[in-house]
Design a protein around this ligand. Structure first.
Ligand SMILES: Nc1nc2c(ncn2[C@@H]2O[C@H](COP(=O)(O)OP(=O)(O)OP(=O)(O)O)[C@@H](O)[C@H]2O)c(=O)[nH]1
Ligand SMILES: [Mg+2]
Length: 432
C-alpha cells in the first residue's frame, strides 16, 4: 500500500482538532463527534496532538469560532508544532481563509478531510473520477491565490487528489473545464454500468445491498457470506468501490450481494452527489442489509445517519433487513440489544467475525426475498429424471411425492425459468 502521507519531507502531519458545542446540538455530543474526527484524521495518516472545544450560541460568520478563541488555540498550536488544524464542521471559503491567517497554518474542515480519505482509497477509474469531481467542486469556491500558495508549500491532507497537487495550481477556468470533462466521462461509465445492471436484471437474480455506517463490518459480512476477499480493516472507509458476489442460499435462491462505501454523519453532500452512480446499486436493490455495529456506543445515532443518507439517494423506501453485528463484542450490554430488537423485531443478531447468527441471517434473507419467486405445483413423469434434477437444482422444492402416476412437486421457481418448466406446471399456488 502506498504511503498515507505524502508531504514533501514525509513527516507525519501533526493536527489539532476544533469543535464547537452549539446549543442546538443534540444526540451526538461534541466529544463523540471529535472522537470520530480524530479517527478520521488517523485514517488519513495524521497524528492528533490535541483538540479544543468552544461553547457558543451560533458559529461566527468570519472565523467560525470566536476571534479570541482562535488566538488562544493558535498559540497552543504553535507550541505543539501543529501543521494542520481541522474543524469538525464545514467551513465557508471565507472562514477557511480567515482561519488560515489566524492560525498561520493549513486549515481544513471535516468535509475536506473525508474527501481526502476518499481520494486515498479510490482504486477504480470510476471511483477516482467521482472523488476528484467532489474535490474539485469543494475546491472551486475556495480556489484563491492563497490556496495555490499553500499547496505548493505544504501538501498532505486535503492537498492531494486524482490529478496530484498540480490541480491546485490551476486557475478557476481550468478547474471548471476539468469538472466538465469528468462529468462527461462519468456519464459514459455510468451508461456502461447501467447496461451491466440491465443484463443482471434479465438474469432475475435478487439484488441485495449491504449498507451501513463506516466500520460497521459490511465487508467482513460479505466475505463471510460469499467467501469474497474484500479488504476489511479497522479503518474508516476501507471500502470505496462496490463489490458484488453471488450468494446461493440453501433454498437454491441466488442473490447478488453488493458491498459498498460506508456512510458517516455529515457526509459531504457533493460526495453523495458524485457517488450517486455507484450508489445506484443501493437504490435498485430488492433488499437492503443495514449492518449496525451494536457494540458502538453511538449505534443508534449511526443508524439515523445511515437513514439520512439513504433518504438523500432515494433509497429510504427499499425493504430493509436490520443486521446487528459485532454481537461478540457486546459483553455486558445485552439490554441495548433487546432495545434494538424491540424497535426492529425482524432484526438479526450476528457476528460477522465468529459466524454467530449467520445461518439465521441466511434464512431471513430467503424469507424476505421469497416474493420474488412464484410458487407452483408440478407434475413430472417419473422417467423425466433430468427435469426432476434440474428442478432441485434451480428451484426450492417444498414438497415432493413420488408415489402417484407422476411425480408431484410443490416448488418455488424464479420467474426467468418458468418457461423451462411450463409444460409440467399444473397449478400456480401463489395465485390460489
Ligand atoms: N469483534 C468483531 N469485529 C468485527 C466484526 N465484524 C467486523 N469486525 C471488525 O470491524 C472492522 C471493520 O470491518 P469492515 O468489514 O472493514 O467494516 P466496513 O463496514 O466494511 O467498513 P468500511 O468499508 O470502512 O466502511 C474490522 O477490523 C473487522 O475485523 C464482528 O462481528 N465482531
Ligand atoms: Mg468495507
Amino acid at each position: 500500500m502506498k504511503a498515507l502521507i505524502e508531504t514533501r519531507n514525509r513527516k507525519t502531519e501533526r493536527v489539532f482538532l476544533v469543535g464547537v458545542e452549539l446549543k442546538t446540538r443534540t444526540g451526538w455530543e461534541i466529544r463523540d463527534s471529535l472522537n470520530e474526527l480524530s479517527e478520521l484524521a488517523n485514517t488519513a495518516g495524521a497524528k492528533v496532538v490535541g483538540d479544543g472545544i468552544q461553547k457558543m450560541v451560533s458559529p461566527c460568520a468570519a472565523t467560525y469560532i470566536g476571534k479570541g478563541k482562535a488566538v488562544e488555540f493558535s498559540e497552543i498550536c504553535r507550541e505543539a508544532d501543529v501543521d494542520t488544524v481541522i474543524f469538525d464542521d464545514e467551513l465557508t471559503p471565507a472562514q477557511s481563509r480567515n482561519l488560515e491567517k489566524a492560525f498561520n497554518c493549513k486549515v481544513l474542515d471535516r468535509t475536506s478531510l473525508i474527501l481526502d480519505i476518499f481520494a486515498q482509497r479510490a482504486r477504480t477509474r470510476e471511483g477516482k473520477m467521482q472523488i476528484e469531481l467532489a474535490q474539485l467542486q469543494h475546491l472551486l469556491p475556495r480556489l484563491t491565490r492563497f490556496w495555490g500558495h499553500l499547496s505548493r508549500q505544504k501538501g498532505g491532507i486535503g492537498m492531494r487528489g486524482g490529478e496530484g497537487e498540480t490541480q491546485l495550481e490551476t486557475d478557476r477556468r481550468r478547474v471548471q473545464d476539468r469538472i466538465a470533462r469528468i462529468t462527461r466521462d462519468l456519464e459514459v461509465v455510468r451508461r456502461q454500468r447501467s447496461t451491466q445492471r440491465y443484463s443482471r436484471q434479465r438474469n432475475h437474480w435478487a439484488l441485495a445491498s449491504i449498507v451501513g455506517y463506516t466500520n460497521a463490518g459490511k465487508s467482513t459480512l460479505l466475505n463471510k457470506l460469499t467467501g469474497a476477499e474484500v479488504l476489511a480493516e479497522d479503518k474508516l472507509f476501507a471500502t470505496l468501490d462496490p463489490t458484488t458476489r453471488r450468494l446461493r442460499l440453501d433454498t437454491n435462491q441466488n442473490v447478488l450481494l453488493t458491498d459498498t462505501v460506508g456512510f458517516i454523519r455529515k457526509l459531504p453532500h457533493g460526495l453523495v452527489e458524485s457517488f450517486k452512480a455507484t450508489l445506484e446499486e443501493v437504490v435498485q436493490a430488492d433488499l437492503l442489509l443495514h449492518v449496525v455495529d451494536v457494540s458502538h456506543p453511538q449505534a443508534s445515532d449511526q443508524i439515523a445517519a445511515v437513514n439520512t443518507v439513504l433518504q438523500e439517494i432515494g433509497a429510504e423506501g427499499n425493504p430493509t433487513l436490520m443486521v446487528f453485528n459485532k454481537s461478540d463484542q457486546l459483553g455486558g450490554s445485552q439490554e441495548k440489544l433487546s432495545g434494538f430488537l424491540e424497535q426492529y423485531p425482524h432484526g438479526v443478531v450476528i457476528s460477522a467475525l465468529t459466524g454467530d447468527g449467520i445461518p439465521a441471517l441466511m434464512a431471513e434473507l430467503g424469507t424476505q426475498l421469497r416474493p420474488l419467486r412464484e410458487f407452483f405445483e408440478l407434475s413430472v413423469p417419473h422417467d423425466h429424471s433430468g427435469v426432476i434434477a434440474r428442478l432441485h437444482e434451480v428451484g426450492q422444492v417444498i414438497e415432493r411425492d413420488y408415489n402417484g402416476e407422476t411425480a408431484r412437486f410443490k416448488a418455488r421457481i424464479p420467474p426467468h425459468l418458468h418457461s423451462e418448466f411450463a409444460s409440467y406446471i399444473i397449478r400456480n399456488l401463489q395465485a390460489a
